[in-house]
Write a protein that binds this ligand. Sequence first.
Ligand SMILES: CC(=O)[C@@H](O)[C@H](O)COP(=O)(O)O
Ligand SMILES: NCC(=O)COP(=O)(O)O
Length: 243
Amino acid sequence: MTRLSVNINKIATLRNARGGNVPDLIQVAKDCERFGAQGITVHPRPDQRHIRYNDVLELKKVVTTEFNVEGYPTSSFIDLVLKTKPDQVTLVPDPPEALTSSEGWDTLKEGDFLREVISELNRNNIRTSIFVDTNLKNIEHAANTFTERIEFYTGPYAEQFPHHPNEAIAPYIEAANLANNLGLGINAGHDLDTNNLHFFRANIKGLLEVSIGHALISDALYWGLEKTIQTYLAELNFSHQDI
Ligand SMILES: CC(=O)[C@@H](O)[C@H](O)COP(=O)(O)O
Ligand SMILES: NCC(=O)COP(=O)(O)O
C-alpha cells in the first residue's frame, strides 16, 4: 500500500499573506485526515515563509496519522524535531535561500554528516528518510547512513513525464530495485500530480509513501479538498472506503 501524505506548506503560505489565521492550518490538517489523507507533511524553511516552527509543535498535538517533517538539518531544525518527535523526519539538502527543493543528497560526500544526524534521530525513535536522486551510487551510499527510508526527488520525473513517460520512469525503476535489494524503504515526492502519479505508483515496487503539496492544494481550489484528496487516493489505487 502506498500512503498519501498531504504537504500543507501552501496553506501556510496563504495564511501568512495576511498575517492572521485564515486559512487555519491546524483545521486544514485535521480535515485532510478526515478526508482520507494518511499523513501530514510540512517543510519549515529557515525564513519560515510558510510553515513556522511553532506550527510544527502545534500540528504534533493534533495529527493522528503519520506526521512527517522535512528540512535541512541545521541545529535549530534538529532542536525542533527532537522537541516535536514527529513520526518521520525527511532530511533534504536545501540551502537556506532555496525557492523549493531541487536536488537530493550526495550520500558519499555527506555520509559522515548524515550518519551523525540520523543516529541522533534514531536514538530518539524518530524514523528518518533522506531525499535522493536516482543516481545508483547515491542509493548505495544511502544504505550506509543508517536511514530507514529514502525519498526519491521526483521533480525530473514530473518534468519529463508528459513527453517521454517510459524514459522518465526508467531511472526510478532501477533505483527502486536497488533500494529494495538494500532494504531501504521508499518514499517519493516533488511535483507529483493527478497526471503523473498513477504511472509512478504502478511502476515503482515497494513505494511506501508519497508526499504531495503544490499540485494537490492547487487542485483543491477547483475541486475542494475532500474531492481532491479522494482523487489522489484513487490514483494510488485505493479509495477512502478501503482504508
Ligand atoms: C522535499 C520536497 O520536495 C518538498 O518539501 C518541497 O520542496 C516542498 O517545499 P516548498 O513547499 O517549500 O516548495
Ligand atoms: N516531499 C515532497 C513534498 O512534500 C511535496 O512536494 P510538492 O508536491 O509540493 O512538489
